[in-house]
Ligand binder design. Structure first.
Ligand code: MTE
Length: 310
């Protein structure tokens, strides 16, 4: 992101499998010990999600292995290197957890996370994900359409944007004790983007509850935008009249625009966005406009200058 160019990411940051396996063994041993001491088991907290149906919006492309999806992450609250979130986010307490839905709506509500997960039909959406740094993955997310939640909240005519705010807790999140970002992490969408059927709130991946490093207990997924739009560990969803400020927009407005649609024709000021490396591939591939979702989303931006509105 802001700190480093894609080429600066050393291959040593991708945890070698041996170390990963040893870490798993270590964590498992730790969790058995924790259970035997009647402490909450925080190390291996994922569980199978029930009632998830396959979505027609899924791509048939080869899925990125679970190991890569859960050990090569951006989650600056837990450190800035790719392996930090998997190493440090295990201790994040995701229960009890509430999500406040508020602002320009008729039915504000503070949702308990488990009630929220049960309230709307869960689907598995296998999406291409493109990070602004130049790598990509194919991830089977489990979640529900954000539009379902929005319809229930009944926005007023003043609701033009949706703001997503994530947990602010420097005690639990060591990265928040640094000023790498202006905390808490925040993101936003225009109302029609938020209502689009491809936009989901994810509560799981690969049929399991979301691992902490991927944004437990609930995170945003918008597959035609760069990955940083997908705010992790959301605590507040607010409907507003003015375009909200975003975490990356605050620290580097010339590099991270509000829209952040995947666009191979508009370079990041410090690197090209024309190609990407799918994690696991040796060769790079061409990046597709709107990350390949143009048929579904291009009409949202008709008449807009996408160089200005990057
Ligand atoms: N959400 C929070 N709260 N903090 C973060 O640092 N990083 C973003 C996004 N959501 C981030 C966040 C970035 S830069 C990316 S690319 C994606 O999460 C990565 O999601 P993944 O690790 O599940 O692939």
């Amino acid at each position: 992101m802001l700190i480093r160019k894609p080429d600066d990411i050393k291959s040593s940051e991708i945890t070698p499998q041996g170390i990963y396996l040893r870490r798993r063994e270590f964590m498992r041993a730790g969790s058995i010990l924790a259970a035997s001491m009647l402490l909450p088991n925080v190390a291996d907290a994922t569980a199978r999600l029930s009632g998830v149906v396959q979505s027609r919006y899924s791509t048939p492309e080869e899925q990125t292995p679970y190991k890569d999806v859960t050990t090569y992450n951006n989650y600056y609250e837990f450190g800035t290197s790719k392996s930090d979130p998997a190493e440090n986010a295990g201790s994040l307490r995701t229960r009890p957890w509430t999500v406040s839905v508020e602002g320009e709506i008729k039915h504000p509500k503070v949702w308990d996370i488990d009630a929220l997960i049960k309230a709307f039909p869960l689907e598995q959406r296998i999406y291409r994900m493109r990070c602004v740094e130049g790598w990509s993955m194919v991830i089977p997310w489990d979640g529900f359409s954000l539009a379902n939640l929005i319809r229930q909240a009944e926005p007023t005519s003043k609701a033009k944007y949706v703001e997503f705010t994530t947990l602010n807790d420097p005690q639990q999140m060591p990265g928040q004790r640094t000023s790498v970002l202006d905390w808490p992490y925040a993101e936003g969408l225009r109302m029609d983007e938020a209502m689009h059927p491809l936009t989901i709130l994810s509560v799981g991946l690969y049929g399991q509850t979301l691992p902490n490093q991927n944004g437990a207990p609930v995170r945003l997924v918008v597959p035609w935008k760069y990955g940083f739009k997908g705010a992790k560990s959301i605590v507040r969803i607010r409907f507003v009249e003015q375009q909200p400020r975003t975490a990356w927009g605050r620290v580097a407005p010339s590099e991270y625009g509000f829209y952040s649609n995947v666009n191979p024709m508009v370079d990041h000021p410090r690197w090209s966005q024309a190609t990407e490396r799918r994690i696991g591939d040796f060769f790079k591939r061409k990046t597709l406009m709107f990350n390949g979702y143009g048929d579904q989303v291009a009409q949202l931006y008709r008449g807009m200058d996408l160089r200005k509105n990057f």
